[in-house]
Design a protein around this ligand. Structure first.
Ligand code: NOJ
Length: 752
């Protein structure tokens, strides 16, 4: 396809998905796509008849190559395993050249010539990096998120890859946990809609054109709730909490057609996920009817020995096979150790055959038996990767992911009279960190720093941009402060770019203290002391504690790690080319001591009242976060009418229509994310004070009013009742519609 046609098709795609998403009501859920699996396919059955036990176990074995590893490397020599048919899938190998070389070994040197499956962590971009997923979630823009997933899959598929370990859909209320950067934040409903969008973007309409990948929903399940926020730590919660808060995004992704699922490292109810029959058999296979295949996380089968629910690796492998884990990632347990279970009858050949059938069916679905080199086309690789259209797409998502947290005296967008801009801070001229964690094969040299982005637009505006680093991200060296102070004297406005480095979030990157590290806040204070207008741009992979940042700045911009086009996107927002529209997908605590702090909490028997001692509160802090879920400012301002309902009393079979008028009272066109929450006032079990049940992202022109309608149905009012059945209970509900989760703009209705 030539570039123009591709560009036009992307534009059409964006427009169609945008208009489609505008029509989606609060209650519509995409149905399961038709099963992509052809179980009992004669070709697969015939192939299986020819396979030895070792070759079958080989198909159930996944190894990393020596190109990279994302965990302990416990097993070199994967090439010989390909030759002997003892490894059917590889990860951390990409580019057409490398995957072709490895595929050739399988096809020319192994007995049955079964093509390899190539996987990789393509999480938020392959080479064109998009914002980290938590940032994208702040856009609440499902069409943009789907497009981002499509572009990353398209680039990775062009680089020889078939399978991405995304989307990560772990709900998390734990900002100390480094992996919040990979997910969609704290909310079940938003997380579920984003999970579907990402699956659609990755897998699209299938693999005919070799421009999509197989999605892998992870980490099943409840990985986002480790105690004390430490990665890999124990998860312990009620089944009610699991089903209500944590499971829906995985289910949504499965129902959207995701073809593979990855287990998690943690235990649930005392059993590690990779051996957990409740999760894998009861919930995933029996209740959700998942037909794809399950892969373990990296050596998580082996790790059950450390967990202490099995005595050795043989028992670990057998338990995983019994539970239904089809593929062993990097553990070499299926390859080496599970035969003992066949001998003593703890597992049967049927267990093995089921897994092999699923894996071979997927390879067939991808078209690899017809053309094993289908994904190996150098010309396509060169044309696709980092194409101008992809850079434009990431710039657009990046702008949408930025959240404006404070804008006193409307200091932003920068005034045309601010002719001398000074950028200060260790992240002000940084390319590497813009990639964020899990950066695929993204390269720092392709990233636009904040400074570069500002400079690119400054000239046309007659503005000069100067930069001084001031200090490093970490450490206590303040020797750069004086240079910053000197330059500040000549500036009309100071932009302070501070935050974390990209490796402070991601896997194995929990932080106990999640403030801005080092002496960066001191640098900010120094800049503020000059009396000049100060704009702070925070880059991070998680919500940081910004209590002592927000009181030292006139404007505060949450910029996450925005990917390849970070600097251009930020310049668009700071200069006012783009009116910010992002809203937080995760609450920002005032202090680590509040964690977990999230909007959808329970009322308790002694609800918060700061004037009374004997209730659920801190002596030294308010209960609420510094910035709540759903919060974010715009250069426009919006007012909301009271929500209206088409009936105040309704039954289970009714659709309830909720209407609200939103007015843009400012002189600037702007996008607003209108959010609908419900509260069930009395239940047989207690209900959260608010639950998101719908949202719309709309452009409202200056001075105009838009009337928005949401439709709620029985499912939206349902929950796991005392007996764990899912359904409604008669009674009163409050329905809130507003700009953030702390809205009190509500109407009361009664379910008969
Ligand atoms: C471990 C991580 O938990 C998982 O998300 C990732 O996909 C695998 N390593 C492979 O790199």
């Amino acid at each position: 396809m030539n570039i123009n046609i591709l560009y036009i098709s992307i534009v059409i795609y964006v427009l169609t998905s945008a208009s489609l998403s505008a029509q989606v009501s609060a209650t519509e859920r995409p149905g399961a796509t038709e099963s992509l699996f052809s179980n009992n396919d004669p070709f697969v059955e015939n192939l299986m008849k020819q396979m030895s036990l070792d070759e079958k176990l080989g198909q159930m074995t996944l190894f990393t190559t020596d190109w990279g590893s994302t965990g302990p490397t416990i097993r070199p020599g994967f090439e010989n395993d390909i030759r002997s048919g003892r490894c059917g899938a590889l990860f951390n190998s990409h580019t057409v050249e490398f995957t072709r070389r490895l595929q050739k070994i399988a096809l020319e040197e192994s007995r049955l010539k079964i093509p390899l499956l190539f996987g990789f962590d393509v999480i938020h971009g392959y080479k064109t990096m998009f914002p980290i997923p938590l940032a994208e979630a702040s856009s609440w823009d499902l069409a943009a998120i789907e497009l981002s997933a499509y572009v990353m899959a398209k680039e990775a598929a062009a680089a020889g890859l078939h399978w991405t370990y995304a989307p990560m859909v772990d709900v998390s209320r734990e900002p100390r946990w480094g992996r919040v950067m990979e997910g969609a934040g704290e909310d079940t409903y938003l997380g579920s809609r984003i999970a579907e969008a990402r699956v659609r973007g990755i897998q699209g309409d299938g693999f005919a054109k070799a421009d999509r990948m197989v999605a892998c929903v992870k980490h099943f399940a409840a990985y986002g709730a480790p105690i004390a926020g430490r990665d890999y730590a124990t998860v312990d919660m009620s089944e009610r909490m699991l089903r209500e808060v944590y499971l829906p995004p995985y289910e949504a992704a499965v129902k959207a057609g995701a073809l593979s699922v990855m287990t998690s490292f943690n235990e649930y109810d005392g059993v590690p996920a990779s051996g957990n029959r409740f999760l894998l058999e009861k919930v995933l296979r029996n209740e959700w009817k998942f037909e794809g295949f399950v892969v373990s996380d990296y050596t998580s089968i082996n790790e059950m020995v450390n967990h202490g629910n099995v005595k050795d690796e043989t028992d670990a492998g057998i338990l995983s096979i019994q539970a239904g884990v089809d593929m062993d990632m990097q553990g070499a347990i299926y390859q080496d150790k599970v035969k003992a279970g066949l001998k003593d009858g703890r597992i049967t050949l049927a267990h093995i055959d089921n897994s092999v059938r699923r894996i071979l069916s997927l390879k067939k679905k991808l078209g690899l038996f017809d053309d094993p080199y289908k994904y190996c086309n150098e010309e396509r690789e060169a044309k696709t990767i980092l194409s101008p259209e992809h850079l434009e797409a990431t710039r657009d998502v990046a702008r949408k992911s930025i959240v404006l947290l404070k804008n006193e005296k409307k200091i932003l967008p920068l005034s045309p009279s601010a002719k001398r801009i000074l950028i200060v801070g260790p992240l002000g001229d940084d390319q590497e960190n813009m990639l964020g964690a899990w950066s695929g094969s993204g390269e720092a040299r392709h990233c636009i720093s904040l400074r570069a982005g500002m400079e690119l637009q400054a000239k046309a505006l007659g503005v000069t941009v100067d930069y001084v680093k001031g200090c490093a991200i970490e450490g206590d060296d303040q020797t750069g402060f004086s240079a910053a102070l000197m330059k500040a004297k000549d500036a009309d406005v100071i932009i302070v770019a501070i935050g974390e480095s990209r490796d402070m979030s991601g896997e194995a990157a929990a932080r106990a203290m999640i403030g801005v590290p080092g002496v960066q806040t001191d640098l900010l204070k120094l800049m503020k002391s000059t009396g000049k207008p100060v704009v702070t741009v925070v880059m991070s992979g998680r919500p940081l504690i910004l209590t002592n940042v927000q009181n030292q700045t006139d404007a505060l911009v949450q910029a996450w790690f925005l990917g390849t086009q970070a600097g251009n996107a930020l310049a668009d927002v700071l200069f006012g080319k783009y009116n910010p529209s992002g809203k937080l997908a995760m609450s920002f605590p005032r202090h680590e001591g509040q964690i977990p702090v999230f909007y959808s909490q329970k009322n308790t028997g002694r609800p918060y009242d700061p004037s009374v001692k004997w209730n659920s509160r801190y002596l030294d802090l308010p209960n609420d976060p510094l910035f709540p879920f759903g919060y974010g400012l715009s250069y426009s301002s919006f007012t909301y009418s009271m929500p209206r309902v088409d009936k105040t009393s309704f039954s289970n079979s009714d659709a309830l229509t909720v209407t609200v008028d939103v007015t843009n009272t400012s002189g600037v066109d702007g996008e607003e994310i209108v959010q609908l929450y419900i509260r069930d006032l009395v239940g047989s079990v207690t209900r959260p004070v608010k639950e998101l049940k719908g949202f719309r992202k709309v452009m409202i022109r200056k001075g105009e009013t838009m009337t928005l309608t949401f439709s709620l149905s029985q499912k939206d009012f349902s929950f796991y009742r005392q007996d764990m059945s899912f359904g409604t209970e008669a009674g009163d509900f409050d329905i809130f519609v507003g700009p953030a989760s702390d809205t009190q703009n509500k109407v009361r209705v009664t379910l008969q």
